[in-house]
Structure formats: C-alpha cells, structure tokens
Design a protein around this ligand. Sequence first.
Ligand code: HEC
Length: 103
Amino acid sequence: MSVLSAKAGFLAAVTSAVVLFSLSAPLSAQGFDRGEELYNNHCKECHEALAHTRHGSKVSSIQDIRSWVGSWSAHSRLDWTGEEINDVANYLNDRFYHFTDKP
Ligand code: HEC
C-alpha cells in the first residue's frame, strides 16, 4: 500500500468514526428538547454521564437536581431562568436519575 492510500484510508476511518459518533447522539422523542440542548451546550463537556451515574450521587430527588442545576447555572454564569433550569433538571432526571417526585 502506498503512503498516499494509507493516509486516505486513515482519513476515511476518522471521518466515518465522526459520522457514526454524531449519529449515535440520543434524539429525544419530540425531536428538540431544550433541556437536553442546554445541557449539551453548557454542562456536558465537564462531567458527561460520569457525575450523574457514579456511586454516591449527591442528589436524591428532582428537587435536588433542580438545585444543583441552579447552582451550576450560576457558577457557569449562564443565569438560566427557572423554566430553563426545570427543563435541564427534567432532562437529567429522564436520562439518568428516574426520580418520581413531581414539581
Ligand atoms: C467546571 C466543570 C463543570 C461544569 C461546567 C458543570 N459541572 Fe456539574 N459537576 C461537576 C463536578 C466535578 C461535579 C461533582 C461535584 C461533587 O461531587 O461535589 C458535578 C456535579 C453535578 C451534579 C450532581 C451530580 C450528582 O448526582 O451528585 C449536577 C446535577 C450537575 N453537576 C449539573 C450541572 C449542570 C446542569 C451544569 C451546566 C449548567 C454543570 N453541572 C456544569 C463539574 C461541572
């Protein structure tokens, strides 16, 4: 195999890995989920699923998630509205925690 085609093969592999990765991103049932978008844009890069599924999670209710989301919003200087905080908290609950207390 020439150096050139080895390079092309590598590039193709990288490209398809990137395509596969973006296709496997979870799509919410309604298409657009604001809580998910906000979380993906502002929070995910730091802890991904790790902080939410680890042993000894610090939250034990939807109310707890909401207060964590509120303090992270402030910490990250996002100043989310109550509605945005709710959306993100609900998204995290649906995706990771599955608590059943309702607001
Ligand atoms: C600077 C990195 C960073 C950013 C940005 C960040 N987090 Fe976190 N987050 C952490 C770390 C680290 C912990 C674990 C803190 C601990 O154990 O005291 C955590 C914990 C949490 C928890 C509690 C998890 C649990 O089950 O105990 C929630 C909920 C959370 N973050 C939500 C958010 C949201 C929402 C945002 C976006 C507004 C956000 N975080 C942005 C690093 C970050």
